[in-house]
Design a protein around this ligand. Structure first.
Ligand code: GLA
Length: 699
């Protein structure tokens, strides 16, 4: 809800309030929802909505442009404020959607006639506020835009900054540090949101936590700067690294959308972010739909498969109760390893039997849906595509391009290349009649160059091209379930989730490692988007072994799949998997769409998912380490109804007890089964994992 009283504007969500003073371009308040007091009485603390050179402000600027006269200074003065009933779309970029009002503020630099517009959307049913900006060149000469951040939020007080960092196979590890004095930067310069630093960050103090994210999959930058005047400035937007955008007369540059949220603690912030992503980012047919249990052949076969092998895995998948079979990399061109064929999206008839269409039909005849892997933005030098169109590749003239995973990238900033990708990938989906597509992206950008495209515009023009392509393809196949992937979870961001309803969280499928990766991911993203697979033991990334039960329990935090050759398992293991899948399906709605909380204790970590009415919950608790003589681990649950009694049972055991929600959340109680002498005797160094099932007792 937005209420405007003169220059004072109040944006309310159910639990938060943002107060802006339009004429002075100031934030007066952002935090827990205010009562009905006079907002005009809130004292100013000099917290600005935007900043640029030429004013007596020397913290990092949200806006930087060079006018035709060569100057950087701007004096943007208030022009007008209006409340829009419809949220405006951002041309060429994905953004959040839904019912709610948008505040539009306009500031004009009289000398140059440049206008800055700021947008703040308060949705009717979300505590997240969407913010974006645009710059309109109303001058008579072109200007050069060097930086336009989507969001500036000035705060007062001391803060710590939480970021989610990592690399391949160790995505989104949570790190917290004192913001201190000076500038802290979380960013990506690799052309995609990256494994290294996710755009979701938190800025925390003893009164609560602010969460920020960007609806963008390219280079991003989040800075937190504590000045000596007591203000802490947060900037969120496109990275200005190698950014230099020519803005011709009369043209507009729109920033991607940033989002912000305040909550009293990180658990509440996650719930708010999850609800926002589920309701205002993920869209289309799969938005509220339970996601199928899949079997993917990647870790089961890698490139070494033929039709017979694929059909035998699919048959075992069907027997176990899976619903979708996904054919991963290696089905096209002459791709038998990662050195060839990207771009040649035609069937390898030898490996697929009669080709993709007939293989897909055979899989479907078994009663499974069919899914296919593609990596559309790439090109192998050993490919017919490269031989025919070497200029489709992203490379600098006269220089040897950098190969990563033996491949080059396509120059997606070029419309001809975009059209090629749309045409060929649509053809793959249409001819296999695919129900699911895994869209992969396995390298970062190094040789950023496209003929006729200024270097300072390349990164963003790539993203505009990429979004044009995914938008066309996903629109053409509205019933297909798209899962994003980038060497695991390297491009898991809000921009991707506008097109892909789910995302492959990490190539690391080791249960112990996954606990940290999934927990880190869950701070900003809901479990409904996290692909989580049970894979073989010893694990292919770590060599470690974990029980099938532990691997399943950990995968239940996300969207369950199996990524191994089921035909190589024993009868008992296959029976166990069948019972896991049947349990998962029975509890899928709760697991995928319930309120998700992280559980952390001494040497324990896990999660609990609680139904919206708090009558049912499933908790997984993992004992990460155990030493002889250690006391039994105690845990506290979260999100339950303190006034309710729950029947608590342990999956796979006879133990049942009725315990109060208050006790389960407030007392450190040793829950059974997690550790016992029998389990310890069998312990081989893996995690010990238990799943607890809670049902509210009717009194
Ligand atoms: C990436 C993905 C994997 C798999 C391989 C195939 O690494 O993350 O899941 O699809 O590519 O080459």
């Amino acid at each position: 809800m937005i209420k405007k009283k003169g220059q004072y504007i109040r944006l309310d969500t159910a639990a938060t309030t943002l107060v802006i003073r339009a004429d002075t371009a100031e934030y007066l308040y952002y935090g827990q929802r205010l009562g009905g007091g006079d907002i005009a009485a809130i004292p100013s603390a000099g917290k600005k909505l935007f900043s640029c050179p030429g004013t007596n402000d020397y913290t990092e600027y949200s806006l930087l442009f060079e006018s035709a006269d060569g100057g950087f200074a701007a004096d943007l003065q208030f022009s007008k404020a209006r409340v829009l009933a419809e949220k405006p779309e951002i041309p060429g970029l994905p953004s959040s959607y839904g019912d709610g009002k948008t505040l539009e503020l306009k500031y004009v630099d009289a000398a140059s006639r440049l206008s800055l517009f700021l947008y703040y959307t308060a949705f009717d049913n979300s505590d997240v506020i969407a913010v974006s900006s645009k710059l309109v060149n109303g001058t008579r000469k072109p200007v050069r835009l060097r930086r336009l951040m989507s969001l500036q939020l000035d705060l007062t007080g001391d803060y710590s900054v939480v970021t989610f960092d990592g690399g391949w196979a160790r995505e989104r590890q949570r790190h917290e540090r004192d913001a201190g004095y000076g500038i802290f930067v979380n960013d990506s310069k690799s052309g995609y949101s990256s494994h290294a630093h996710n755009p979701f960050i938190e800025v925390k103090n003893e009164y609560g936590v602010y969460g920020f994210n960007l609806v963008y999959s390219g280079n991003h930058k989040e800075t937190v700067e504590r000045g000596t005047d007591g203000r802490t400035r947060v900037l969120v937007g496109i990275n200005d690294y190698m950014f230099d955008w020519a803005l011709p007369v009369g043209e507009t540059f729109s920033s991607p959308e940033a989002v912000m949220c305040w909550a009293p603690d990180e658990d509440a912030l996650s719930l708010r972010m999850h609800a926002f992503v589920g309701e205002h980012i993920v869209r289309g047919k799969w938005k509220r739909r339970e996601r199928p249990v899949l079997v993917n052949n990647w870790e089961g076969t890698y490139f070494d498969f033929n039709e017979e092998k694929i059909l035998s895995i699919a048959a075992a998948a069907k027997e176990a109760g899976a619903e979708l079979f996904v054919l991963d990399d290696g089905w096209f061109g002459h791709r038998n390893d990662d050195t060839s064929s990207l771009g040649d999206w035609y069937d390898n008839v030898e490996k697929t039997g009669g080709g993709l269409a007939s293989l897909a039909d055979k899989v479907r005849a078994m009663g499974l849906s069919f899914g296919i892997w593609v990596e559309p933005e790439m090109i192998s030098e050993d490919s017919d595509l490269y031989r025919a169109h070497p200029n489709y590749a992203m490379k600098l003239p006269g220089r040897k391009p950098v190969r990563l995973r033996n491949q080059l990238m396509l120059n997606m900033a070029d419309e001809r290349v975009q059209n090629f990708v749309v045409r060929t990938i649509c053809d793959v989906i249409a001819r296999s009649n695919a129900d699911y597509v895994k869209w992969d992206f396995n390298r970062s950008m190094t040789d950023c160059y496209g003929k006729g495209i200024p270097s300072g515009e390349y990164f963003h023009r790539y993203m505009l091209g990429y979004y044009r392509v995914v938008c066309k393809i996903t629109k053409r196949f509205p019933f297909v379930l798209f899962e994003g992937c980038a060497g695991g979870g390297g491009r898991l961001d809000l921009g991707s989730l506008c097109f892909f309803s789910q995302y492959w969280t990490s190539d690391n499928t080791d249960a112990r490692e996954r606990i940290a990766i999934q927990s880190g991911t869950s701070y900003g993203y809901p479990q409904t988007v996290m692909g989580a697979h049970v894979s073989a033991c010893p694990n292919h990334q770590t060599g470690a072994s974990n029980s099938l039960e532990a691997r399943f329990n950990v995968a239940c935090e996300g969207l369950l799949g199996y990524e191994l050759d089921l035909t190589k398992l024993s009868e008992e293991e296959r029976a166990e998997i069948a019972s896991q899948i049947s349990f998962y399906k029975e509890n899928r709605k709760l697991l995928q769409f319930g309120d998700h909380y992280r559980l952390q204790g001494k040497n324990t970590a896990g999660f609990i998912t609680v139904s919206k009415d708090r009558n049912a919950a499933i908790a997984v608790v993992n004992l990460l380490e155990w030493h002889p003589g250690d006391p039994a681990p105690c845990i506290r649950l979260k999100g339950l109804n303190p006034a309710a009694n729950y029947e608590v049972s342990v999956r796979g055991s006879e133990w049942v007890r009725c315990i109060g929600g208050d006790v389960l959340m407030q007392a450190d109680i040793p829950l059974p089964g997690l550790f016992d002498f029998e389990a310890a005797k069998r312990w081989s160094g893996g995690i010990m994992s238990r799943m607890y099932i809670l049902r509210r007792q009717r009194s």
